[in-house]
Design a binder for this molecule. Structure first.
Ligand code: I3P
Length: 125
């Protein structure tokens, strides 16, 4: 079983609105700027769009805001890095750090679980 097959088997795809801020770029600290984006977990990566309509038109390069490669990434809950509730951090292999947040408790827990499962399924392959 390769990573893609495993992802299909456990059905990790997920999409919806989530608040996000990048706090470090390749280890270099950035000033916080929280943005609400239409977030898509597509099995191997996280993608961000301005809204759902843009995602449907994702063949248009301009609509995609950013993409996070989850291979080798880590994910953890954090209470110290924001005054907001329900915040988790993703750190990529390249040293980019992102915070994610939603006031909806269940939404955040579902995202955390789905992304962690994706990272685990990608493993070290
Ligand atoms: C930041 C802004 C962020 C806040 C951050 C502030 O100020 O208020 O929303 O993060 O706190 O510095 P500015 O707009 O002047 O950049 P949280 O909402 O996550 O708390 P921080 O400095 O403690 O990270």
């Amino acid at each position: 079983e390769n990573a893609v097959t495993k992802n299909i088997l456990v059905n990790l795809n997920k999409e919806g609105f989530l608040n996000k801020t990048k706090i470090a770029d390749r280890g270099k600290k950035l000033r916080k700027n929280w943005v609400t984006s239409y977030t898509v977990l597509s099995g191997l990566k996280l993608e961000f769009y301005k809204d759902a309509k843009d995602q449907a038109a994702s063949n248009l390069k301009s609509s995609k805001l950013e993409c996070i490669d989850l291979h080798g990434a880590s994910i953890e809950w954090t209470n110290e890095k924001s005054s907001r509730k329900n915040v988790f951090q993703i750190t990529t292999l390249s040293g980019n750090e992102f915070l994610f947040q939603s006031d909806a408790d269940i939404t955040v827990q579902e995202w955390f679980r789905a992304i962690r499962n994706t990272i685990d399924s990608l493993g070290t392959e």
